[in-house]
Design a protein around this ligand. Structure first.
Ligand code: ADP
Ligand code: MG
Length: 608
């Protein structure tokens, strides 16, 4: 019997501990088991095959040439009476080695070229990808034949040919996947706190593309195997006296009518191996999009080569008395190149100061430059943005100057950025725990155990129940509200002095919005950090902030005391925003006004 406990909207704030479901390994699935057994069979045959069956495979017996399948010769015998079954077993090693070699070549080559392309400067990248696209458009088989002719018809020649011909398509795949990962918020944030291109590759890109790439490898292996069989069948691959399954198939085919098993035998071997590779691909594809501990471990190694040395803790926060601002921009202009060689100015002369412990709200319609302003304040804008300002600093760090690695390290610790979309701001390939221990381990020089304790504190502070058990979860196992809390938790694992929250609740429903705001509020009390809170919801902002700036078309049109927005607001745009909010005196029989209705005539009046 189950009891259903009614859900209380604030329930997640209380640390009730729901039983954490144990994750079961997906390897224990039918294709998983089949793939494991299949690969074990193939490897065993490849290892013991030549030793076990060599005599039978080479022993001539002219009297019994081309005999059909029998108990003694399961697949019959060939033109000089050798046992075909034994030959198929012996050929397994060569066939599989060639397949593995060519697959490794095409995956390795594609990975290296694709990742290189992803970090090259624009023109070099385009040139490289253009060449790869040309090769990709070239018929694959022709490419293989072309390379085979270059290296003559030999086993190694065929391996090189198949390996090289496969590189362009893998390059394309890797490049596309890498570029899409490189655009995500978490990668941008990592870049800004000083993670180099290699760190980005190992920590963010590889874990995210590892899964599809492994699926592709297994699928390529099966195509490669067939390609070898095809080349050998055409007489372009393995040459006598050596033989692989393709050659055996070729020899057997001539006698299809007298002894069908002579051709079907090697055919079965090819089909079986192809199936095993496909099942491996299937099994990997079923893994929840990440896993791959090996890659994660590699990335951990790479992470160690990151910013600065791990043992030195962040520089102590410099003194900051109450009237000097913690962060400020003066006369900030941000432009972007438009398509036709000109530039468009998106932020026009914004000045903003945030003091320690102060919560500053930025409201304004979509596209008014709120995010750009906040990102400039956090030093998160990079090319092609053109950023100009008289002053742009965080504490004593001049964000306009070239940042030293010590500066970046301090930014990593003292600045917390919470993005609007919790899905793109957490790395889907790393566990929540890995992402929460990053700042303490890399920037605060904590040991793994200390960092873990800090991560647990971080999750606990944002009201995630049973935090230590949830550290092993991946972002997709968290709900939207929990992800957003985890983001706040990450900001809390450093020593945040400024938290920039860019529409942190827009993607969430109203009750969860309230909880997340509560969490943010408490975090602010606990750390004394300043907060820049961006929203297009003036009601939300006025309830949460001390001070509100209103932006429109890249300019600050008004600065207000949050408690007295209604009385102070004079700008028609702000008044229009306020008029859209229902209150106790709203006439419920009339539709609420919308901004378009109100602002135009009034706007002109004021600006005149
Ligand atoms: P919001 O106030 O909704 O946060 P943003 O600050 O994100 O608005 O954007 C302000 C303007 O700048 C928008 O018109 C947007 O199209 C433009 N913009 C933002 N990011 C970029 C970019 N990377 N490239 C070109 N234009 C951009
Ligand atoms: Mg925005």
């Amino acid at each position: 019997m189950t009891t259903i406990v009614p859900r209380n909207p604030d329930a997640d704030l209380i640390s009730t501990v729901p039983e954490k479901p144990r994750r079961r390994s997906r390897w224990i699935s039918v294709p998983g088991i089949a793939a494991l057994i299949g690969i074990a069979v193939l490897v065993t045959i490849a290892i013991i095959g030549p030793d076990t069956w060599m005599t039978a495979a080479t022993e001539r017996n002219i009297a019994e040439r081309w005999s059909g399948a029998s108990a003694q010769h399961v697949f019959g015998t060939d033109d000089i009476g050798r046992d075909i079954f034994a030959r198929v077993m012996v050929a397994a090693r060569l066939s599989l080695l060639l397949t593995a070699g060519a697959t490794a070549m095409l995956i390795g080559g594609g990975l290296i070229i694709g990742l290189t392309a992803a970090i090259l400067p624009k023109h070099a990248r385009r040139a490289l990808i253009w060449v790869m696209d040309m090769l990709l458009a070239f018929p694959w088989l022709l490419l293989v034949l072309f390379f085979t002719v270059i290296w003559d018809a030999s086993a190694t020649g065929a391996m090189l040919a198949i390996g090289l011909a496969g590189i362009p398509s893998i390059t394309r795949l890797v490049y596309n996947m890498a570029s899409s990962v490189a655009d995500q918020d978490y990668v941008r944030a990592a870049r800004v706190v000083g993670v180099g291109p290699l760190g980005i590759m190992f920590k963010h890109v590889l874990p995210n593309i590892a899964n599809p790439l492994l699926v592709q490898s297994a699928a390529s292996a099966s195509v490669t195997l067939l390609a070898f069989a095809g080349l050998s069948f055409l007489g372009l691959g393995v040459q006598a006296p050596e033989y692989d399954w393709g050659r055996l198939l070729n020899e057997g085919l001539g006698h299809l009518y007298t002894n069908p098993m002579a051709a079907i035998g090697p055919g079965i071997a090819i089909v079986f191996s192809g199936l095993v590779f496909t099942m491996i691909a299937e099994t990997i594809a079923e893994q929840p999009g990440q896993g791959l501990r090996a890659v994660a471990r590699a990335s951990r190694l790479a992470a160690l080569t990151r910013v600065g040395s791990r043992s030195t803790a962040a520089a102590p926060a410099s003194t900051n008395d109450s009237d000097t601002a913690l962060a400020e921009v003066q006369n900030l202009h941000i432009s972007y190149p438009d398509g036709d060689g000109g530039i468009v100015e998106r932020v026009r002369g914004v000045s903003l100061r945030v003091r320690s412990g102060e919560v500053v709200g930025i409201v304004g319609e979509s596209g008014s430059g709120k995010s750009l302003t906040a990102m400039a304040l956090a030093g998160l804008l990079e090319a092609p943005a053109i950023v100009e300002a008289e002053v742009r600093r965080f504490d004593d760090i001049d964000l306009a100057a070239k940042l030293t690695s010590a500066d970046r390290k301090r930014l990593g610790v003292e600045l917390g950025v919470i993005f609007q979309d919790p899905l793109t701001s957490l790395n889907p390939a790393l566990t929540i725990g890995r992402q929460l221990t990053e700042v303490p381990q890399q920037h605060l020089g904590m040991s793994r155990a200390q960092a873990r304790a800090r991560a647990v504190e971080g999750l606990d502070a944002v009201g995630i129940p049973d935090p230590s058990a949830r550290l092993g979860d991946y972002p997709h196992q968290f709900s939207g509200g929990m992800r957003q809390r985890a983001m706040i938790g990450i900001a809390l694992t450093g020593h945040p002095r400024l938290i920039i929250a860019d529409e942190p609740t827009t993607a969430l429903d109203v009750t969860v919005q309230r909880q997340v705001l509560g969490v943010l509020r408490r975090a602010q009390h606990a750390t004394g950090a300043g907060i820049v809170f961006i929203s297009h919801d003036i009601a939300l902002v006025s309830g949460f902030c001390d001070r509100v700036v209103v932006m429109k078309d890249g300019e600050i049109v008004e600065e207000l005391d949050a408690a007295r927005i209604k009385e102070q607001a004079t700008h028609p745009y702000t008044r229009a925003l306020i008029a859209c909010l229902p209150d106790m005196s709203s006439d419920r029989t009339r539709p609420l006004p919308v901004i378009g209705d109100l602002s135009h005539s009034e706007l002109e009046e004021v600006s005149a």
